[in-house]
Design a protein. Structure first.
Length: 358
């Protein structure tokens, strides 16, 4: 089966700011495989430099990826004929690659695409039939105060009922003033506010931040302190001031026992699941099962994938009953993305059966 692997450097339309820094480009490796029906299956191996644990540099990553694909491709045909997420031989193979979550994500996306005979519809659900939509949050990237205010107002004007703000890079009092402004304009039953700190605060700072956010009826805060401080995070969740959602905390946690131990120690109110960072779709399924056993809420979020990976994540999400707004977009952040069948209207994401529908 003819194949190709190439680097696609995604370019942001405008710099994307977080408390970890500013992104201008983001690498993804695209793999395409010709199928016997004349179509091709394609997948994406996406990384975020500085966050993806398997990425050191382009050369190291591509060498490891090439080796991974050479070992995996002898099984493409066999795995694509079964429910590979539950297949013991498949599970054994990926168990040796758990420290490369983007590899597992890309492999599983490829196998879904092979099973779909190269169709862009990976799962037949009411969503991909364009019969239902999925609620999502509108994301406000880090910037100066005026820029963030304009972003938030734009999201509200577009019909988003849930807005998420990246915080932790500016002076906290400035960020707080913006949240106060948004809350004074709309109560919590009209506008849901989420914040994402990306681990920017110390444990002492976080308690003060949580108190202020509770006063403003903020829905949740993602990763208030940096990952790896489990005792401190557990103390923050136990305060029950504002629901805490774990994000970066989940990266690198492998296997059911480790995942269960993390959830049992910290007892978060929510977890944020990113298939390309959290062990592919199989890894996310495991997190979901463990969370639901413990009455921990969850939602899915894309992690700056191209339209290829994003489409798969959204479709995967449509297999579940999604009550909470999800963290999906359409990939509109980039100037050189691939075509997408996803569209957003009034805070919901839709699947377009006609790709060129207005």
């Amino acid at each position: 089966m003819p194949e190709s692997l190439f680097l696609h450097e995604l370019k942001f339309l405008k710099p994307a700011g977080t408390s970890r820094g500013v992104l201008y480009t983001k690498p993804s490796w695209i793999y395409q495989l010709s199928l016997s029906n004349g179509q091709f299956a394609q997948t994406e191996f996406p990384v975020i430099p500085g966050l993806s644990p398997e990425y050191i540099d382009h050369i190291q990553y591509e060498q490891a990826l090439t080796r991974f694909l050479s070992l995996a491709k002898v099984n493409f045909k066999a795995w694509s004929k079964v429910d590979f997420l539950e297949d013991k031989e498949y599970q054994h193979f990926i168990s040796e690659w758990r420290s490369y979550p983007s590899f597992i994500f890309g492999l599983e996306l490829l196998l879904f695409a092979i099973q779909a005979n190269g169709s862009s519809v990976l799962f037949n659900t009411p969503f991909t039939d364009s019969a239902t939509s999925i609620p999502i949050n509108g994301l406000v990237w880090m910037g100066n105060l005026n820029d963030m205010r304009q972003q938030a107002q734009q999201k509200i004007t577009e019909g988003f009922q849930t807005v998420k703000l990246k915080i932790g890079a500016l002076d906290w009092q400035q960020e707080l003033s913006l949240i106060e402004e948004l809350r004074s304009a709309a109560p919590s039953d009209i506008l849901t506010l989420r914040v994402d700190a990306n681990g920017a605060f110390t444990a002492a700072q976080a308690q003060e931040v949580l108190s202020e956010l509770a006063r403003l009826e903020v829905h949740s805060i993602e990763q208030p302190i940096a990952a790896g401080q489990r005792n401190d995070m557990a103390q923050l969740t136990a305060l029950h001031l504002v629901p805490i959602a774990l994000d970066e905390e989940l990266i690198g946690i492998q296997g059911e026992a480790q995942k269960a131990a993390l959830l049992d120690q910290i007892k978060p109110q929510y977890i944020i699941l990113k298939p390309s960072l959290h062990g592919g779709f199989s890894g996310v399924k495991e997190w979901i099962a463990l969370a639901e056993e413990r009455q921990i809420g969850w939602w899915l979020t894309s992690a700056l994938e191209s339209a290829i990976g994003l489409s798969a994540i959204v479709q995967f999400g449509s297999l579940y009953a999604l009550d909470l707004p999800q963290g999906f977009g359409t990939g509109g952040l980039y100037s050189n993305n691939f075509e997408s069948r996803l569209a957003i209207e009034k805070g919901h994401i839709f699947w377009l059966n006609d790709l060129h529908k207005d």
